[in-house]
Structure formats: C-alpha cells, structure tokens
Design a protein around this ligand. Structure first.
Ligand code: GP9
Length: 402
C-alpha cells in the first residue's frame, strides 16, 4: 500500500543520506572500465600452484591498485547475471529465479543510467548470444546505450564457451577507442566458465597443475591462468591506446568456481589440508576485486568485509553521483563491514553467521558468539532482504514517476 511504499523509499533515502564524502566527484571526466571476470574466486590471487604463479598479471596490477581482500560474491540463482545486477544496481538477487528474466521491465537508477545523466556514453560487452540471461532487455533497463554481443565481435578464436578472452579484450579496446569520451564500459569475460574444459586443447600445458590434472579443479586453474594472461594483454593494449591513463579500471569476479563437492581440493590449495570447516568454506566464498586509479593515488589492501552490492555506491561517489536507492555502501567512506547472501549467511568485520549450522562465530578463532547479543545483525539481514525485495518486486522507482 501507499504507506508501505513511502516507508520503503524513505528507508533507502535515510540510509543513503550522505555524511562524509572523501573523493566525491574527484574522478568525474575519467572513463570507467569495469571488467567482470567469470568465476574468479578470491583464492586465485597471489596463489602459487607447484611453484608457479597463477595470476601474475593481476598480482602485478594489485600492487598499484586498491585491493579488497574480503570481497564476497552475493549471487544466487541468477549466477553471472546476479553479479552484474548487484554491481550495477546495488540491490540483492531475486527471491527465486533471476532479476534479469523476471524484472527486466522495471525502472532502475543503475550505474550506467546515472553516468549517462552526467554525459557519459555507456556500453556493455559480452561475446555470447544476446538472449542469454535476457540481457538485451535488461541492458536497456539499466541504461546501456550499446550492447556489444557475440554478433558484434569477430569470433576468430574459441576458448571454453565461446570467443577467447584474449580476442575479446583486444577487440574491446578497439571498440572503446571509437566511443565518445568520457565513457563507461562494462566487460564480461567468458573463457573461465564452468566446466573449464579446454575443448580446443590450447591451454593443456599452460601450467602444471600436478595432482589436479584431469580434474575439474585442474581445468579451472588452467582457465584462470589463461584469463590472467588475457588480462595482461588487455592492460598492455589499454596503455598503448592511451585509455589507461584516463580511466578507472576495475576487475572483480562474479561468483564461485569450486563446487562444494570439490571442497577438499580447495582445502588442499589454500590450507594444505584435506577438509574445510564450515567457517573456512563460507569465508572463502570471496572473489577477486581491485580498483586501479589513473593517478594511483588510492591503493593498498583494504580488509573491510565487503561485497558486490558495494561497487555501485563506491564508484558513484568517485564520479560525483549520489545514488539514493542502493543497498550497498561507499567503501572509501565506510568501513563497517557487512555482507549477506541469499543462502542465509552474513559476515561482518568480526563475525560470520553460518546458516548451515545456525551459528554465529568469531572470524578470528571460530568461537561461538551469543546470537541474542547480536540480534541487531539478524534484524539487519532481514531488513536488507525485505527492502531489496520490495524495491524489485513492486518496481518502486516506477512509483516515483507517478
Ligand atoms: C553466459 C555467462 C554465464 O553468457 O554469462 O553465466 P553463468 O552460467 O556463469 O551464470
């Protein structure tokens, strides 16, 4: 009803009423290039497999970037599309199914639309069929001027599920060179998609995965190595084209890579042991996340517990945009960590609630904490999902137009 609608909108407005705003608008005029890396789970960064560096290019970039070490994916049934939604809209995935399929007719104050509002040209690139995840309709709703799909790329090399990331990035830079400046380009990679099979047998020996050879985990490690190489070439191309020095460039992973059944492999890779505790499993559901600033003024490692819903408010602040209806927070101005997932877990800077065992535990030692004492966190979890659901299911921004 009317009252509930007003209350919901007001909740968002109050939450986002800005207090302190370091860096506000300081990068307006710079391009924005955001790269969503398929299945780039956090543990791959700074990881060695049999003495070989898995992601040397991202590791190198990390040294000059702002790196979020505790950045969680928050996707649900909508997989890759949920990550896109979280990152560009800062609301949570749908109760069931995917927002992309069910709510593409909604009104959104998304990042591309807001950047358009301050004079940016906007484009999204992903070399797969345009119908996949109902992207054509959804991208229009999010405010992308251009959608460069499989049809707009020369499919000259295949790796994994489609056009190779190396060719994709190369063509993407060519496209960006011709875009009106300043621009926002959102790129979604494909080569490291499950089941990470190397059908063309091109990356069979890219890295020696030892005991993981012949297994989905070994295939994953090779796919990561491949995409990291592609990232390295992409950065070189951006530098050559002159775009690098005029753009903020973001790299982040979309969702999990290693399925639960393979958790013993994850345990071996990360901890050198055979199994994971529930806490270890939950706190490894992180993805790679780093922001490179053209002047390299902001860099280093940030340990705040953060998640994909925080990307849009963080970037918006840098471009001098004040989004009112976002759920996440600006990570350069707020450090009180909080992420939540549809699975029922939440994590703060100190505690994690593990839904499967119904336990609230301390991150540093796994000790159980008193749930009663932290009731406000459970309330916060519930409120966030309620508010996000209402916003999406009742298309509340449309209401503001009436
Ligand atoms: C397909 C790709 C995959 O275009 O984005 O989506 P996913 O299966 O990872 O959710």
């Amino acid at each position: 009803d009317e009252k509930e609608i007003k209350e919901t909108l007001k909740w968002f407005e109050d939450k986002n009423a800005n207090k302190n705003k370091n860096y506000f608008g300081e990068y307006r005029g710079k391009n924005l290039i955001v790269v969503q890396l398929e299945a780039f789970q956090g543990f791959v960064l700074e990881r060695k497999i049999n003495g070989q560096e898995l992601t040397p290019n991202l590791n190198k970039l990390a040294k000059d970037s702002l790196v979020f070490e505790n950045y969680y994916y928050q996707t649900a049934w909508g997989g890759t599309s949920d990550a896109e939604f979280l990152s560009n809209v800062s609301l949570l995935p749908a109760r069931d199914g995917s927002v992309y399929y069910q709510y593409a007719g909604n009104k959104y104050n998304a990042l591309p639309k807001e950047l358009k509002g301050i004079g940016y040209s906007t484009a999204v690139m992903h070399a797969n069929r345009p119908g996949f995840w109902n992207r054509t309709n959804m991208y229009r709703a999010l405010g992308f001027d251009k959608y460069e799909s499989e049809k707009d790329f020369n499919i000259d090399e295949i790796q994994g599920m489609g056009l190779s990331d190396k060719s994709f990035f190369k063509q993407a830079v060519e496209k960006m060179k011709s875009y009106d400046k300043p621009f926002y380009s959102f790129l979604i990679t494909l080569s490291s998609h499950f089941p990470y099979k190397d059908y063309q047998n091109k990356i069979a020996k890219i890295i020696n995965v030892g005991e993981f050879e012949g297994d989905v985990v070994g295939d994953y490690l090779k796919a990561v190595k491949y995409t990291d190489e592609a990232v390295g070439l992409f950065i070189d191309e951006l530098k050559r084209s002159g775009l690098w020095d005029n753009s903020i460039v973001v790299f982040y992973g979309d969702h999990a890579a290693i399925p639960y059944e393979k958790r013993s492999s994850l345990a071996k890779i990360i901890y050198g042991k055979d199994d994971l505790t529930t806490l270890e499993w939950v706190t490894n559901q992180k993805v790679v996340m780093m922001i490179h600033f053209p002047d390299e003024r902001i860099k280093g490692i940030d340990k705040t517990t953060a998640g994909q819903m925080d990307l849009y408010p963080t970037l918006a602040n840098l471009y001098g945009i004040e989004p009112k209806y976002v759920l996440g927070r600006d990570l350069l101005n707020q450090k009180d960590g909080f992420i939540l997932t549809r699975e029922g877990n939440f994590v703060t800077n100190k505690y994690a609630y593990l839904k499967s065992s119904d336990k609230l535990v301390e991150l540093k030692n796994g000790k159980e904490a008193d749930k009663e004492k932290f009731k406000y966190l459970f309330d916060k979890y519930k409120t966030y999902f309620d508010m996000s659901n209402k916003m999406i299911e009742y298309d509340l921004l449309r209401y503001l137009e009436r």
